[in-house]
Design a protein around this ligand. Sequence first.
Ligand code: IMP
Length: 216
Amino acid sequence: MRLLIATTNPDKLREIRHLLAHVPVDLVSLRDLPPFPEPEETGTTFQENARLKALYYNARTRADPPRGPRGSSAVGCEIGPFDYTVAEDSGLVVDALDGEPGVHSARFLRADASYPERFAEIYRRLAERPGRPRTARFVCALAVARDGRVAYETTGVIEGEIAAAPRGTAGFGYDPIFFYPPYGSTLAEVTEDAKLRVAHRGEAFRKLASWLKEGM
Ligand code: IMP
């Protein structure tokens, strides 16, 4: 079974390979395909964006690609088709910031901002809201497309708090500011194994693994 994992993010990909390692599937990512335009992530929810990406990349890698309005074609035919196209959209939701950065997590502040700059901005905004809870969560929405329709979707969530200050060097993205109370540490202070046991992407891709195995 061949799966297209519709991401170019090397950190997500490493986690996803880890999570699907025990499922007998051939994983191909967008990094293995010739570059082609990314869809605009116009959804207002993680789920909408996951669906939009799964359907877009599925259409672009079908054996019988639908033609665009100007006859634009797919690129994946020589590498595809795939049994399933799997896309995920994820991010950090901070309650005191009314859900920000949320679906804008990857581009928060500026598309090219560094994570330390983003952390500083989050702490600056939190300081303007003293007394508000520091609760936050990571959300991962996952969608699987096949033959132009969504065949499966699910989500994973991890509840935590914004740490008093960034800590740790493991993980990626916002992990250094995400404090997970049961571990007494941020997600950047634990091994990848420990992170994935409890984190959003771990939950979502474990559900996907069960669904794939049921169909085998
Ligand atoms: P997406 O590619 O639009 O789904 O962007 C997801 C963004 O959310 C990433 O670029 C990170 O900034 C953030 N994010 C998602 N998952 C994690 C995680 O597990 N740890 C830290 N940051 C994450």
